[in-house]
Design a protein around this ligand. Structure first.
Ligand SMILES: Cc1ncc(COP(=O)(O)O)c(C=O)c1O
Length: 398
């Protein structure tokens, strides 16, 4: 994002004035204005947090656990995170020095970028990408080098594109796997090539793995970036509870990585958040200890909805790559001749279906829309009918 000149008539800093409001948020506001809207827009589970997790939180309040925890999060929760990661990734993170409990992955991302980058540094981000990455890097005084991906490559970044865009100012690469908005999952071979590129260019990796439990098909196809040879020392991983355990409103996540990086992030966290919400930490521990059955039930439901939505979109003429993870489909709307913004706005006005225009996720998202299938089967079926009607009208009129 280019810096614009300082505007002394504004009380808001030019750095903040330079970033836009979230493109998704605009659609939220439109959705809130009508009851008859079917929303495939918002990226959050339609499930309520499983009862045992809510109960653990209620019980923690009943017992009077209403104080700050340690800055890094309760040691109990950090130990549980360490155990969980050892089982899932093979990596052993020291709960006392290599784990920081954060206010969602959102806070973890902000801390990681601020702790790792100097003003003027570049951060590579394969896009389309989560809407917060650009503004977070910009607020840290850095700039994003967007690496375009394409439907032909299943939205996986190519090493050639990474090599062609790296400069001596590039400090880090931010990898979101599985990806929001495309649902793409990079396999072991693809990640290993990125790891080589990282070593060759002496980069640090910020791995946003918030969707790591939402994998369809072969569960072993997902690989934690930090578990690849040589990557433990170079990677800070961000994860959380919002998506896997339907806990978006609890605002809880965690960062893991080398002691030096976690210590840097902890300094920032100490002076801004102090500690993540205590009640949410109790809930998060219960999710890790007893949340597996609920997680698998939700995953089964998403898997079925994914088939329904992806088949439905392909049948009405919107080409869609099979998303291997997360809970988004990212179909092409190029056949209609509309831009992503016009498609999403007209669809909302004429058929009351909310989707997110692909361009809000970066330039290579133009010509696509994001549809979230963490919605009810009824809503998905009705949305496909309405989108089909809309696409037919648009294609016949062009
Ligand atoms: C890729 C990605 N990272 C981070 C977040 C933020 O998650 P949290 O609720 O843990 O702050 C989201 C939420 O949509 C996301 O899609």
């Amino acid at each position: 994002m280019p810096e614009s000149p300082i505007n002394r008539h504004s009380r808001v800093s030019s750095r903040v004035n330079n970033i836009p409001f979230s493109g998704i948020r605009r659609f939220f506001d439109l959705i809130a204005s009508s009851d008859d809207i079917i929303s495939l827009g918002v990226g959050e589970p339609d499930f309520i947090t499983p009862w045992n997790i809510r109960e653990a939180a209620i019980y923690s309040i009943e017992r009077g656990h209403t104080h700050y925890t340690s800055n890094n999060g309760s040691l109990d929760l950090r130990r549980e995170i360490s155990k969980h990661l050892k089982n899932r990734t093979g990596n052993l993170y020291d709960p006392t020095t290599e784990i920081l409990v954060t206010v969602g992955v959102s806070e973890g991302l902000d801390l990681a970028v601020r702790a790792l980058t100097e003003i003027g540094d570049e951060v590579m981000v394969p896009e389309p990408s989560f809407v917060a990455y650009g503004p977070i890097v910009h607020m840290a005084g850095g700039s994003v080098i967007g690496i375009s991906t394409s439907m032909e490559n299943k939205f996986i970044p190519t090493i050639t594109d990474l090599e062609n865009n790296v400069t001596d100012k590039t400090r880090a690469i931010l990898i979101n796997n599985p990806n929001n908005p495309t649902g793409a999952v990079i396999n072991r071979e693809g990640l290993s090539k990125i790891a080589e590129f990282v070593i060759d260019n002496d980069l640090i990796v910020i791995a946003d793995e918030i969707y790591d439990r939402l994998i369809y098909g072969n569960k072993d196809s997902f690989v934690h970036f930090a578990s690849l040879p040589g990557m433990f020392e170079r990677t800070v991983t961000l994860n959380g509870f919002s998506k896997s355990y339907a806990m978006t409103g609890w605002r809880i996540g965690y960062a893991t990585g080398p002691e030096e990086i976690i210590a840097g992030m902890t300094k920032l966290h100490q002076y801004t958040m102090m500690s993540a919400p205590t009640v949410a930490q109790y809930a998060a521990k219960e999710a890790l200890v007893n949340g597996e059955n609920s997680l698998n039930e939700m995953l089964d439901a998403y898997s079925m909805r994914r088939r329904l939505l992806v088949n439905g979109l392909n049948n009405i003429g919107l080409d869609c790559v099979d998303p291997d993870g997360a809970f988004y489909a990212f179909p092409s709307i190029k056949s209609t001749g509309l831009s992503s913004e016009s498609f999403a706005e007209k669809l909302l006005m004429e058929e009351q279906v909310a989707v997110v225009p692909g361009n809000v996720f970066g330039p290579s998202g133009e010509g696509f829309i994001r549809c979230c299938y963490a919605a009810s089967v009824e809503d998905i079926k009705e949305a496909i009918l309405r989108i089909g009607r809309f696409v037919e009208r648009e294609t016949n009129s062009s």
